[in-house]
Design a protein around this ligand. Sequence first.
Ligand SMILES: CC(C)(COP(=O)(O)OP(=O)(O)OC[C@H]1O[C@@H](n2cnc3c(N)ncnc32)[C@H](O)[C@@H]1OP(=O)(O)O)[C@@H](O)C(=O)NCCC(=O)NCCS
Length: 138
Amino acid sequence: MKDLITKYNALTAEEFIILWESVWGGGPTIEQTKLAMNHTLFRVSIYDGDNVIAMARMIGDMGLNYYIKDVVVKPEYQNKGIGRMLIEEMKTFVNDNGIKGTNIFVELCAMPDKIPFYEKFGFSANEAQRLKLMHEVK
Ligand SMILES: CC(C)(COP(=O)(O)OP(=O)(O)OC[C@H]1O[C@@H](n2cnc3c(N)ncnc32)[C@H](O)[C@@H]1OP(=O)(O)O)[C@@H](O)C(=O)NCCC(=O)NCCS
C-alpha cells in the first residue's frame, strides 16, 4: 500500500459503482448514480495510487439535517483505519459548515454488525425503525 490520497468532491459515478459492487454486489445504474453524485453535498474518496479504495458521502440540507451514506472500504483495505478516516472527514464537514453554537442531527443507517463501528464515533441507535419502499418510477 503506497501513501493514500484523499480527494474531496472528486468521486465519480463509475468509482462509486466499483466500490459499491466490491461490498454489496449488483450496483445502481450509471444514470442514477451520476444524478446522485451531482446532488450530494460532500463526497470523500480515498485512493491507493490510481485506484479508488474507499468512499463516503453526505446528503442533507446543511442547516438541520446531515445524513451519511455509502461508507465503503474495499474488503482488502478494511481494518486499517480507513473507515475511521472517512467518518472523521464527514464530521469535519459538518463542523465546517453547520451553524456555530447549534446542535446538528447527523444520521445514518447501519446493519446491526456495523453499529459497533459507528458507536466508536459517538453515534447511537434509537428506537426509530427504518421504513423503506422501492418505488417504481413510471
Ligand atoms: C464498516 C467499514 C466502513 C469499516 O471500515 P474499516 O476501514 O474496516 O474500519 P477501521 O479500520 O477504520 O476501524 C475503525 C475502528 O472500528 C472498528 N471496527 C471496524 N469495523 C467494525 C465492526 N464491524 N464492528 C466493530 N468494530 C469495528 C475497528 O476495530 C477500529 O477500532 P479501533 O480504532 O478501536 O482499533 C468497512 O468494514 C466496510 O466498508 N464494510 C462494508 C460496507 C459497509 O457495510 N459499510 C457500512 C454501511 S452501514
